[in-house]
Design a protein around this ligand. Structure first.
Ligand SMILES: [Zn+2]
Ligand SMILES: [Zn+2]
Length: 392
């Protein structure tokens, strides 16, 4: 519904969307420090005549578009934070901040939601209900969505459905991927220290070598996923950091390791650390070593509501045509939109940025995408909100 009107206005605001995206890209801010980005978002909303609340759960910003008639409330969400890496892509709008880069596409999410807000504000007299535009901090680290929920973003007026999207390097430009059910994993973290006793590299029998124990632990961990868990339930266990020792002839006292556990349900989320602990206990006790093992639970798995997802699918088909809307494959990435989806019926979809089948890796210093994706993201968000308000 109103698809022609939406498309027309997306074109009208596209140059502004590109300009905003490039500015945000040039001045990226790390998680929890999105002060200037939040300021730009609030100013842009105000200039468009949209009601704004700031400082929600940290640097969170909320825009509120009130329709001409009473109705339901729909929330659209974007994230604003960048990552700690040096941009290597040669683009005219390259990051001006050494060591900080929008390498996940959150600059695009913010610009696309601002475009969507401007379009919905233009159409508000014809819409029943309310649209909440949620710009959240700290998606990449501590989960800004949860703090915005604690600060009451889902209340006053209370939200009936929520939608968000991610630019996606694994999907072709001009397409959108949707999926009901689990779509993104719990990205839990672990830290391990194996404590042996140091000694002479030439006299290992007088020491307890934590380096060889760490090697055994890592290999044994691989059998948790391949041999211990149900093969039909997905999980990933990756040791991503190992640190121990200083030189070639000294057995060190300790080895530290860090890594990530990715799962889709609470049962598996508890099972994997439990099995890891068994491995650690067995290998270290046989050698007379000890260990510490800490797991930090991060985001919940993201589970899309079936009815909300059907609505996104229909809206995306209205905007792009049915041939350009496909079924997503669940990802082992994490996403704190999960907290919104836990509280209200919600769906998170994926907007393609790959060109000619060549995937674009996120969190890479070479991450880049064509701004045509802003049109797709903004139009699909708008259409979904309009259809939800007009049809429910
Ligand atoms: Zn990311
Ligand atoms: Zn992201």
């Amino acid at each position: 519904m109103l698809t022609g009107e939406i498309k027309l206005r997306i074109e009208k605001y596209y140059p502004r969307g590109v300009e905003l995206r490039r500015h945000i890209h040039q001045y990226p801010e790390l998680s929890g420090r999105e002060v200037e980005t939040a300021g730009l978002v609030a100013d842009t909303l105000r200039e468009a005549g949209i009601e704004v609340r700031t400082g929600i759960g940290g640097n969170g910003v909320l825009g509120i578009v009130r329709g001409g008639k009473p109705g339901k409330t729909v929330l659209l969400r974007a994230d604003m934070d960048a990552l700690e890496l040096n941009e290597a892509a040669d683009v005219p709008y390259k990051s001006k901040k050494p060591g900080i880069m929008h390498a996940c596409g959150h600059d695009g999410h913010t610009a696309a939601l601002l475009m969507a807000g401007m379009v919905l504000n233009d159409l508000k007299d014809r819409l029943p209900g309310t649209v909440k535009l949620m710009f959240q901090p700290a998606e990449e680290t501590t989960g800004g969505a949860e703090r915005m929920i604690e600060a009451g973003i889902l209340e006053d007026p209370s939200v009936d459905a929520a939608f968000g999207c991610h630019l996606w390097g694994d999907a072709e430009e001009g397409t959108v991927l949707v999926k009901a059910g689990p779509v993104m994993a719990s990205p839990d973290e672990f830290r391990i220290t194996i404590k042996g006793s140091g000694g002479h590299g030439g006299m290992p029998h007088l020491a307890v070598d934590p380096v060889s124990l760490a090697a055994q632990v890592i290999l044994q961990f691989q059998t948790i996923v391949s041999r211990r868990k149900n093969p039909l339930e997905p999980a990933v266990l990756s040791v991503c950091m190992i640190r121990g020792g200083y030189t070639h002839n000294v057995i060190p006292e300790t080895v530290d390791m860090m890594g990530t556990i990715r799962t889709f349900n609470e049962g598996m989320r508890d099972f994997i650390p439990c099995e890891m602990e068994k491995v650690l206990r067995g290998i270290t006790s046989a050698a007379g070593a000890s260990y510490t093992f800490n797991v930090t639970k991060r985001f919940l798995p993201l589970v899309n509501d079936a009815a909300a997802t059907a609505l996104v699918r229909k809206a995306a088909e209205e905007v792009l045509g049915p041939d350009n809307v496909h079924e997503a494959v669940a990802s082992m990435g994490g996403e704190d939109f999960a907290y919104i989806a836990k509280n209200v019926p919600a769906s998170f979809f994926f907007v393609g940025i790959a060109r000619e089948g060549k995937a674009v890796p996120h969190h890479s210093p070479h991450f880049r995408w064509d701004e045509g994706a802003l049109r797709v993201a903004a139009a699909c968000l708008c259409q979904t909100a309009v259809d939800f308000l007009l049809e429910s």
